[in-house]
Design a protein. Structure first.
Length: 215
């Protein structure tokens, strides 16, 4: 799938315009996008990054990384996904950057999601749903998730997010109402962010291939 990821990332570069501040996500597919964005570094105004990992790669290419508080709304956000359904709703957070990714997606006029074909599903939930939690609330949140969804929360032991929090991965879900589940899980005290991008889905999905498919 490496080539499919690269082709999707290259296609996303077509959405980058001169003078733009570009929101940049996290993950293996986005790595190809960042490497391609280096060709535009003298034409764009900078980038807003969703993770320390992406920040380091952007700066290594000479791309200025800006604070979202200083930039205001963004014209474009490019990121990958762990799953994508036919309505462009997503599961994200496999790389533990879901909270910052969700913030940048919300701040962006256009969200372009780049995936390889294996990420397409009819119903979200085959990939465990990441939930970022305040550490002291881990067990409380896990019990509530089990009660509300029937899914099995598993602590991603040893992983600390860039925000200093922990991740629960919820297994054995079939998410037929992603917007409803996103809303419900967000109400649990101790939940920082849920890896469902359903209330604010992608605007464009690019599926890597020869040629790439734009949805």
């Amino acid at each position: 799938m490496t080539e499919a990821k690269r082709l999707a990332a290259e296609k996303a570069l077509e959405y980058v315009a001169d003078g733009m501040i570009v929101g940049v996500g996290t993950g293996s597919t986005v790595t190809y996008f960042i490497d391609g964005l280096a060709r535009f570094r003298d034409r764009i105004a900078g980038a807003v990054s969703s993770s320390e990992q992406s920040t380091q790669r952007l700066r290594a290419h000479g791309i200025e990384v800006l604070d979202l508080n200083a930039t205001g709304p963004l014209p474009l956000y490019v990121d990958g996904a762990d799953e994508c359904d036919p309505h462009k709703r997503l599961i994200k957070g496999g790389g533990a950057a879901l909270t910052r990714e969700k913030i940048i997606a919300e701040a962006s006029e256009r969200f372009v999601c780049i995936i390889d074909p294996s990420k397409r599903v009819d119903v979200l939930g085959r990939f465990p749903l990441p939930v970022e939690v305040i550490p002291m609330a881990r067990s409380l949140v896990a019990r509530e998730i089990l009660r509300l969804t029937g899914g099995q929360p598993v602590w991603r032991d040893g992983v600390v997010t860039d925000n200093g929090n922990w991740i629960l991965d919820v297994h054995h879900l079939a998410i037929t109402d992603p917007v409803g589940m996103e809303r419900e899980l967000n109400q649990i005290p101790g939940v920082v962010s849920v890896g469902l991008f359903a209330r604010r889905p992608a605007d464009v999905v690019i599926v890597g291939g020869e040629p790439p498919q734009v949805l």
